[in-house]
Every structure is written in structure tokens, then in C-alpha cells.
Design a protein around this ligand. Sequence first.
Ligand code: ADP
Length: 301
Amino acid sequence: MTDQKRVPILETKNLTKYYGKSRGALDVNLQVFQGEIYGFIGPNGAGKSTTIRSILGLIHPDRGEVRLFGEEGLKNGASLRKKIGFVPSELNYYDGLTVHQLLNYSAGFYGDGGWKRIGEYSERLKLDLKRQISDLSLGNRKKVALLQALIHRPELLILDEPTSGLDPLIQSRFYEILREEQERGCTIFFSSHTLSEVERLCTRVAIIKEGKIVNISEINELRKLYLKRFRIILQRGKTISESDLKDVTELVFTKRGVEGLYSGDVRDLMKQLAGLPLEDAVLEDPSLEEIFMHYYSDTGE
Ligand code: ADP
């Protein structure tokens, strides 16, 4: 039993895809185990969709291996896909239908259980089934895709930037649904360009940059990499100099204050700031691009 558990549900070996001469994904190696919520993060254009589409056999990789549920994914794709729910990053629907008609068609394959789930999830995610597909916002289109992915109680969910366009309330309800799916044993592979989103849900993440995996970490380790972007406004007439702040980089002095990146224990930053003549301060997560630039650009990883 223990050995069986150790077979990854999703595995890629040296998965590589070029579009002509330009790279899509390069030697991507991933192992996702049963019951994990696994984050796949990287900035736009990094290769997330290319990897996902190759895993699902929607495009043909130039080389490498895909194993799904321990079987050869690229050969047995059709039968394996029945056990998978997929939310693509780009959604194209036949617009001449209502949400109800579209989902009714999908649910038809899965008996009463399928409809029951649609009823429940559409309520939780506030999706109006009577609307025309053509009238839906991006967020509502994403909800339709999420429902379609969930209808058949898949064993593996592959979600490509599933939350873009969803408002924060719906996002948190969606995370709740994912946690429930995880509890019933579903494995979830979740791509995002937002580190903070992945951090809330996942135990492990792979970071992809320019087609290559640059880091695979437990989320707790990744936190240690955490940077904060800070912006402070000084009281009128007050000034500070670079030496007043420690562990900071990319300082930019503005008319009334200063902003930059801080790396280290956030409590130390708070102590430093408390000693300054501040009028206001904002702390926020830096963009992934900033994290990459800070941690990965010099090493050439
Ligand atoms: P991500 O999902 O991380 O945003 P993609 O996998 O979509 O990244 O893209 C990776 C790289 O491959 C990008 O440079 C992108 O421009 C390129 N790319 C993606 N799809 C195609 C395509 N159909 N034809 C040519 N280049 C593509």
C-alpha cells in the first residue's frame, strides 16, 4: 500500500516543447503525489500553459515523458482524461447557449450526481444558470469552466490560472471547494502567477521561469524567500537616508518618502519603520517578477 501511494499521480520527465525555434517549456520535471494541492507558478509567458497542455496531450511535446496515474500519459490520454478535470487558461465556448444548456449537456454524461453538484456549486460560486454564455464576464466564464471540471468528481484536477477574473469572495469559496476536493482524495495541480494565492492553498510549489523549473519547494521554505515591497510617506519636513534602513534594496526616494524591497523577517522591518518619522506606510507582496529578479537573475538558474 505504501509503495502504491508513492507512485506520482502526475509526473513529467524532461518535458520539452518548442514553438518553431522559440521555447515553450524546457526539460520540465514534476512529480505530484496523491492528495496534494501543488502550485505551479511563474510570470506570464513562463511556460505554464505549454506544460499543462503537453501533460494533457492537447499539444505534442518535442521530447520527454508524461505519466498520469502511473500510466504513459501521451499514449493513453483519452482514457486517462476521464479521471481528470481541467480548467484551461483561455476559454472558448459556443456562445449560442445559456449556462444551463451548456452545463446540462456536460452533466448528461454523469447522471443525477452531476446535476446535484452543478446546483450546489453554482449557488456557492454565485453563477446564474439562466444567463447567455455570450453575456458572461471573464470571471463568470471561469466559474462555468470550474463547474465543468468538477462535475464528474475527477481524481486529478488540473487548473490553469483558474481564479483570474474572480472576485475575492468567490475566490475564497472556490478555495473552500478545492480543499473539500482534496479531502476526498483528489489531487490538484494549480497554476497561477500570484505567489500569495498559491501560498494559501498549496503545500508544495514549482516555480517556472523562461520555460525551466527554477525551484521546487515546500511552501514553508518558500516563505523564507519572501520579500516585501514597502512604501513610506514621511512627516512633512522630515528626511531619512539609505543608512536608516537595513536589508533593503532598490530604494527609490520620492518627494515625500521612499519605497523599495525588504528581505528578511517582517517583524524586524516593522521595528525599523516604527523608529522613523512616518506619516503612512504600505507593505505589500512584491510581484513574482520582482522575486525572480531578486533571487534568480544573478544565479542564472
Ligand atoms: P504561461 O502559461 O506561463 O503564461 P505559455 O506556456 O502560454 O506561458 O507560453 C510560454 C512561451 O511560449 C511564451 O513565450 C509564449 O509566447 C510561447 N507560446 C505559447 N503558445 C504559443 C503558440 N501557440 N505559438 C507560439 N508561441 C507560443
